[in-house]
Design a protein around this ligand. Sequence first.
Ligand SMILES: [Zn+2]
Length: 85
Amino acid sequence: MSCPQQHRYSTDFESIPYDQSQFNGRHKCAGCAYEQGHILVLSKAPSINIAFEALSDSQAGTVRYKSVQAVFSSGYLDGVLASYK
Ligand SMILES: [Zn+2]
């Protein structure tokens, strides 16, 4: 399924490195990966994994070909930092 969300065009993802590895979430939406990482903080899970199969596909906008790992980690870190506020 292609991602229909507007985060595909967010300028927040412009600085994320490119990664087209077929083993690392190629063509998956980096915006959805950010949100997945951010939401995982709320679950208080003792360890985290990227659920690639749960991410929407996307080849549009600023999320195109971006590193799913980098943006997932960024979302997770932002969630952890927000939990201390
Ligand atoms: Zn998305």
